[in-house]
Design a protein around this ligand. Structure first.
Ligand SMILES: [Zn+2]
Length: 559
């Protein structure tokens, strides 16, 4: 007979203390675990269902039976014989973790969220492991998982167990389909209109996300990077410029358009940008709702509808095209990494620095970039683009993103455990992060402006927004189809000083007028090339926000 592995025998032995241990059949244990998961880990699924079915309780109950059947199918299908206890424990722990984020923060765990989790850093992740999270996982995951190892199981022979498993899986599938067939039209319509309902079923939804993520990684593991814009060259204006260009692209983090003073927010969170006369783009939609999708998409030639993870890593991007055109390109990082965008350019990490002035609380705030930028501005002799990937407004530890004495809006939430703060305190802390980004961008502009050996410009755009408790949602990363505007509308500004505009034949009034119209991350790739006067067949004039604003092309925008 096969020896059972240690992860089965050790917990079983620990739990064999003297005394009463109930004896269950494998089927009874499966039913209990599936029932427990439906009752304890699916609060969002039930409350969402109540809203979606609009009080049609019988319909909701039958739909609930379908979800229970699906859970039982998973539980029985994954846990055959000695695999049963570890499989059940795994599912209990998984859905204890995912249900915490779903039920308390409204965070959906799908493929993209698993990608975020897989590509995050310890520094970022640690703020999500709060005391309440640990308590929840202990109570709803670890304790029931231990009970699974504690009970005794009355097994039959091999053939009886095979028969029981096949029968349970078959009957669960039949129950699942049968429940939906009672009114297929209603259920199909409900699911089509309310995809968030299926996204909330624990543990089926996160398990499905994990499988999709694994498949995506397998598909792309040996991907070859396709060249892009190898024809890129400097346009006439850039070639004729008497000083090297120093353009800074600030890739913002988690700043939402609604809380940007320049966009009409009731609080003036952006006085310094306003004072510097930046060009504001007031209606910009993001490509995704999380860094792992939005950031590579921002630098990609693909728009939101075409972009995918494999296209992102399988094609050169804006930074490569700029390199082909003869720019020096550098990526400076103070966030969770460049997501493979900067694979072929010089990269510099700020996250390991310990400068007391900027990194006193274990993580560096964005002012850490300024000394490096000052040095760079003095040293460059060639056209240069620096991408600054800031930590910006990254939550839930908003209070760590600005110096304590910078807090303009008080009282500000001082813990990553958002549920312990009022919405006002969360918004205050968040607004302080926006105000600090405004201050940081003001400093970047002043620093660039004070250098008379370069032709400076700056573009700032945030990667995605953030929910701050609206409709019970927090943080970001909602699937795009259901994401609220708080997560998809982002601030974007350009700073184009007169000397840069003159050298590049750009009309800033025209750009300002363009800023009042809708735009999106789809524009960023083409606009950056346009602003810097890089000519290449991959730059599409229709997506380049500067295209109509060159002196020789000035047309409809100003009218
Ligand atoms: Zn982000």
């Amino acid at each position: 007979m096969l020896k059972k592995p240690f992860f089965v025998t050790i917990p079983a032995r620990i739990l064999q203390f003297p005394g009463y241990r109930p004896c269950l059949s494998p089927l009874a244990l499966n039913l209990l675990v599936a029932g427990f998961i439906m009752a304890a880990h699916n609060a969002t699924f039930w409350s969402l269902g109540y809203r979606v079915f609009d009080g049609m309780l019988l319909k909701q109950a039958v739909f609930g039976v379908a979800a229970f059947a699906l859970t039982l199918l998973l539980v029985a299908g994954l846990g055959f014989r000695w695999l049963q206890r570890p499989a059940l424990a795994f599912l209990l722990l998984l859905s204890a973790v995912t249900s915490y984020y779903m039920d308390t923060l409204g965070v959906v765990i799908d493929r993209d969220m698993i990608q975020n989790a897989a590509t995050t850093t310890v520094t970022e992740a640690k703020h999500l492991v709060t005391p309440n999270f640990v308590l929840h996982v202990a109570g709803f995951g670890i304790v029931p998982a231990l009970m699974v190892f504690w009970v005794r199981l009355s097994r039959g022979g091999l053939w009886r167990d095979i028969g029981a498993t096949v029968l349970t899986v078959g009957l669960s599938a039949a129950l699942f389909l049968g429940a939906l067939m009672t009114d297929l039209r209603t259920y199909a319509a409900v699911l089509r209109k309310n995809r968030e309902l299926t996204a909330a079923v624990q543990p089926a939804a996160p398990l499905n996300g994990a499988i999709q993520y694994a498949a995506m990684m397998l598909r792309t593991r040996n991907i070859e990077v396709l060249p892009l814009g190898r024809d890129a060259q400097k346009g006439a204006n850039l070639s004729a410029a008497d000083k090297p260009v120093l353009a800074v692209i600030v890739a913002g983090e988690t700043a939402r358009a609604q809380n940007f003073g320049l966009n009409g927010y009731a609080r003036d969170t952006t006085p310094e940008l306003a004072a510097r006369g930046v060009i504001n783009f007031a209606d910009v939609s993001s490509c995704g709702t999380a860094t792992a999708t939005s950031l590579p998409c921002m630098f990609s030639k693909f728009g939101r509808r075409e972009f995918s993870y494999s296209k992102g890593i399988g094609n050169e991007n804006l930074l490569d095209v700029l390199t082909h055109a003869g720019f020096d390109v550098e990526w400076w990082e103070n966030n969770t990494g460049d997501k493979a965008i900067a694979d072929r350019v010089t990269a510099r990490r700020m996250t390991d620095l310990t400068t007391p002035e900027h990194c006193a609380r274990g993580e560096c705030i964005d002012s850490v970039f300024l000394d490096f930028l000052r040095d760079k501005a003095e040293a460059i002799t060639r056209d240069t683009v620096i991408v600054i990937h800031q930590i910006g407004s990254h939550g839930p530890a908003y209070y760590l993103r600005y110096p304590p004495d910078f807090a303009r809006f008080k009282p500000d939430c001082q813990t990553p455990e958002l549920k312990e703060c009022s919405v006002d305190e969360i918004v205050n802390a968040y607004d302080n992060t926006i105000a600090f980004t405004d201050h940081f961008l003001g400093e970047v502009i002043d620093l660039l402006d004070s250098s008379d050996t370069v032709l400076p410009a700056m573009i700032y755009a945030s990667d995605h927004g953030e929910s701050l408790g609206e409709n019970g949602l927090y943080l970001h990363g909602a699937p795009y189809f259901m994401a609220p505007q708080e997560q998809t509308k982002v601030p974007m500004v350009m700073w184009v000083p007169d000397r840069f505009a003159a050298a590049m034949s750009l009309n800033t009034d025209c750009l300002r007028a363009r800023g009042a119209q809708a735009a999106s991350h789809d524009n960023l790739f083409h606009t950056a090339l346009g602003l810097m006067d890089v000519e290449t067949e991959v730059r599409q004039a229709a997506l380049d926000l500067t295209a109509e604003c060159r002196h020789d092309k000035l047309s409809k925008v100003l009218k």
